[in-house]
Design a protein around this ligand. Structure first.
Ligand SMILES: [Zn+2]
Length: 468
């Protein structure tokens, strides 16, 4: 009992609870009324795009369901629908962001995205020309209306957050803040927002940090390094990040002495309810901890042992299942399968060409070069043993989707350029035992069901020296 009491006290000493830990609710009724009109216009636009889908799709403004519809269209090779649903997903995401981000930034971002979808194609199909023009026209009308209002450049929640940050930074020496957001879109647009606000210049110095696989915006590994370095040095004092860094948890990070943790929510919103529930659970946990301290040491020992045994047994079972699954996988040497572009189905190469090195999955460029288009950067970026020379795009002129990077391993001169491939941009089809094509798509390479061969070791390094 003594032991456990000491540990809890020690623990409390080590972990500084934030001095303020508050949920701040923002009253923004007039703003919401205003937003309603915008929601209506964008929903109409979505409805219009949806009406062009054949066969018609079920979803309208539910992002998850749209993603499923897109997947179905990809599998069925209905590329008109793939394109249309891509537009819809893009719009729904921004529709959901209307309350949190500056309206101007959202509209600019929509226009940027629409142009990006469109301009990378040399020969867009008719329906895309139509949708592109219709979207641009609608968004421009919205922008014209917005320019007249006070909400054009900001919104009540952002104003509130800006003032809060400004006050805290002024009050505390060498203050640092971490803003956690749910998507890369939010991180980038909030970063731009703080940069553009002249009134807080030199007070709020923003940085942003997202993963390299972000859907809307990405940071390369070197950019991530840079953002963290700047934050540490104080060149930036407010870091806006997605939860890519799993260990960076909001209150987990607010552990320095004299730290504050705020959750800014709309009054009565889902987030508000969720956070209140979490806090109740936390209280329950503390209660449970207290009651554990009342249990006699012998009994506690027995209880702990039982729990440990249960966990270990679960691990063992999982391990066994894994081993069975592993042995069921096909032999990579004989595996017959194809890799194609997920957006347009363009054949890119054979599954057996793919090699793996650390977290890099690639096909050597010589094998792929005729099926892709390479866009070289003027300056190569070097990160550790990888040199990034450019971008790889799908070789179909009507698609030109970004499918990966042109890279080189600086420590493997024997291998020329490689095409590092983004798993989420690819589609795999593998012949099953009945010789039918099984099409599959995966978010990450670590999720693929087939085995990928490791890159063969450098011959000169593994060769056994002659024994004399
Ligand atoms: Zn393609």
């Amino acid at each position: 009992e003594f032991q456990s009491k000491v540990s809890v006290t020690l623990l409390n000493k080590k972990i500084h609870k934030p001095t303020d830990d508050k949920i701040l609710d923002v009253e923004s009724v007039p703003f919401y009324r205003f937003i309603e009109q915008l929601v209506e216009i964008i929903t109409d636009l979505l409805q219009y795009i949806k009406s062009q889908c054949t066969p018609s799709i079920a979803a309208l403004d539910d992002e998850q369901r749209l993603v499923e519809e897109k997947h179905t269209a990809e599998v069925n090779k209905n590329f008109t629908n793939v394109i249309l649903i891509k537009y819809m997903i893009m719009l729904v995401k921004r529709l959901n962001a209307l309350t949190d981000l500056p309206l101007k930034s959202i509209m600019d971002d929509i226009i940027k995205k629409i142009d990006l979808f469109y301009n990378k194609k040399e020969t867009p199909i008719d329906i895309e020309i139509k949708i592109h023009d219709y979207c641009i026209q609608t968004v421009n009308t919205i922008v014209d209306q917005l320019k007249e209002t006070e909400y054009y450049l900001t919104n009540p929640k952002l104003d509130f957050l800006t003032n809060l940050l400004k006050d805290l930074i002024r009050k505390r020496d060498n203050a640092r803040g971490l803003i956690l957001v749910s998507r890369t879109l939010y991180a980038k647009l909030m970063f731009d927002y703080f940069n553009e606000r002249e009134d807080v210049k030199d007070i709020i110095k923003p940085g942003w940090l997202v993963g390299q696989n972000g859907v809307d915006y990405q940071n390369s590994l070197s950019e991530q390094d840079e953002a963290l370095k700047n934050f540490r040095k104080g060149l930036s004092n407010v870091l806006i990040a997605t939860d890519i860094v799993q260990e960076v948890q909001s209150r987990g990070r607010a552990r320095a002495e004299k730290s504050s943790c705020f959750l800014v929510v709309d009054k009565g919103s889902k987030n508000y309810v969720k956070e209140m529930t979490n806090r109740l659970k936390e209280l329950e946990m503390l209660e449970a901890l207290k009651s554990w301290q009342q249990i006699p040491p012998d009994q506690l020992q027995v209880n702990l042992q039982n729990i440990q045994n249960t966990i270990i047994n679960q691990w063992r079972q999982q391990e066994e299942i894994q081993q069975i699954m592993q042995s069921c996988r096909e032999d990579p040497e004989t595996m017959d399968g194809k890799v194609s572009c997920r957006s347009c189905d363009y054949y890119l190469g054979e599954l057996s060409w793919i090699r793996k090195r650390n977290n890099n999955y690639f096909i050597s460029q010589q094998q792929l070069v005729e099926r892709v288009e390479v866009e070289r950067y003027s300056n190569a970026q070097i990160f550790k043993e990888i040199q990034v020379n450019g971008k790889v795009r799908c070789g179909n002129k009507k698609c030109r989707e970004d499918i990966g990077g042109v890279q080189q391993f600086t420590d493997r001169p024997d291998i020329k350029e490689i095409c590092a491939l983004a798993c989420k941009k690819l589609k795999f089809s593998i012949k099953d035992t009945d010789n039918n094509d099984q099409v599959s798509t995966h978010k990450k390479w670590t999720e693929v069901k087939f085995k990928i061969r490791e890159l063969e070791a450098l011959k000169s390094m593994t060769a056994i020296p002659d024994q004399k």
